[in-house]
Ligand binder design. Structure first.
Ligand code: SF4
Ligand code: SF4
Length: 356
């Protein structure tokens, strides 16, 4: 599609995500990356360091999310990678399933080492599918350990209409209640996130309130840059990114295009500008306005809608045939959002400078 080449203000991503491996200690039904103990794709420490070196050339990135698969399967490489990120001025957050828990004291020791190296937050996922592999006791042991050593902690719970384990189940758990009571600094938070299937042979039902309606543009695009276990540099870390080839910017390599160059090239991509400015649901509404024979299902996650757009040749054709009519207005919104974010960041940085 036509590249929208105009003078674009200088802007860079604020965070990075390292999808360290597709190997996982669990094999949850409908995992978005289809991770399992049998998967072996894993980044080496050298590749991780190369990516950190590359993103460090863009001074804007302050934090890294380490995810997977199960990032703890990296063993010492995880701790060393987090320490390397810290040496480059970046703090870290990990996303885990807590399968590595060996009881509160050992969990504290493990997390203390990561904290010393630069970890500031841990997110643990749980719910009906996760608990087939990792009991809630392990999740709560890790969370209690994290909070007791001063780490921010988040429990993310799978949600469908018929989920057995819910936020209410968690809130009624006596260990959870104790952790919450002792959490004087308010480090622990919980959320429920719609559990989505990408396989045709399996689907879930949702409460009406779970279906998303029009939203702002995508805030991951242009804000996050990610690395996959196959060494692909990605435009975002959305749950469907593996299903959208357009989100792959290139291969991480010492000898070819830099990550910063890859990032800059996509600034001229009209579809990404549109996703960033208005989001996939607004794009689908516009497509329907152009051609009301196009079927638009309901979605519980914006990345599902995004994948639906890119995987539908019919929708892409409608966009190709009509996009010039909205090019000007989308470009304007794209600039407005970029400028708003830049101004906001400058103000925030100025405030931090004053306070430090
Ligand atoms: S724990 Fe997470 S990464 Fe592992 S299989 Fe389950 S959903 Fe996938
Ligand atoms: S909506 Fe699309 S661009 Fe945004 S995070 Fe999801 S997959 Fe990535």
């Amino acid at each position: 599609m036509h590249d929208n080449k105009r003078q674009i203000p200088d802007f860079f991503p604020e965070s990075a995500a390292i999808i360290t491996t597709y190997k996982c200690t669990a094999h949850c039904k409908d995992c978005c990356f289809d991770c399992s103990p049998q998967e072996s794709d894993t980044l080496t420490l050298e590749e991780i360091k190369l990516f950190i070196d590359e993103i460090s050339k863009m001074n804007s990135i302050k934090s890294i999310v380490w995810t997977g698969g199960e990032c703890s399967t990296l063993g010492k490489k995880l701790s060393e990678g987090i320490a390397y990120a810290k040496s480059k001025g970046k703090v870290s957050r990990i996303v885990s399933n807590a399968s590595w828990s060996k009881g509160i004291e050992k969990d504290k020791k493990y997390l203390s080492k990561l904290k010393e190296n630069g970890l500031i937050e841990i997110n643990v996922s749980t719910g009906d599918n996760h608990q087939q592999f990792v009991p809630i006791e392990k999740v709560l042991s890790v969370i209690e350990a994290a909070v007791s050593i001063g780490l921010r902690a988040l429990i993310s719970i799978e949600k469908t209409k018929f989920s057995k384990f819910t936020i209410e189940t968690l809130k009624a758990n006596s260990t959870y209640k104790r952790i919450k009571k002792n959490d004087k600094e308010g480090l622990l938070s919980i959320l429920s996130a719609s559990w989505v299937s990408f396989n045709n042979d399996s689907s879930y039902e949702y409460d009406e309130e779970s279906f998303i309606e029009k939203k702002d543009g995508c805030n991951s695009l242009y804000n996050t840059i990610a690395l996959s276990p196959e060494k692909d540099v990605l435009s975002c870390c959305g749950i469907t990114v593996r299903y959208i080839p357009e989100m792959t910017l290139g291969k991480l390599s010492q000898d070819s295009v830099t990550v910063s160059e890859m990032y800059n090239r996509q600034k001229f991509d009209f579809m990404k500008q549109w996703l960033f400015a208005e989001g996939p649901l607004d794009i689908l509404s516009q497509v329907f306005e152009w051609d009301n024979t196009i079927k638009i299902p309901k979605f519980v996650h914006p990345c599902q809608a995004c994948a639906y757009i890119f995987q539908s040749p019919e929708i892409i054709k409608v966009i190709e045939n009509n996009y010039t009519s909205i090019l000007e207005s989308v470009t304007k919104k794209f600039y407005q959002k970029i400028n708003f974010k830049s101004t906001f960041r400058e103000k925030l940085n100025a405030q931090v400078d004053l306070e430090s």
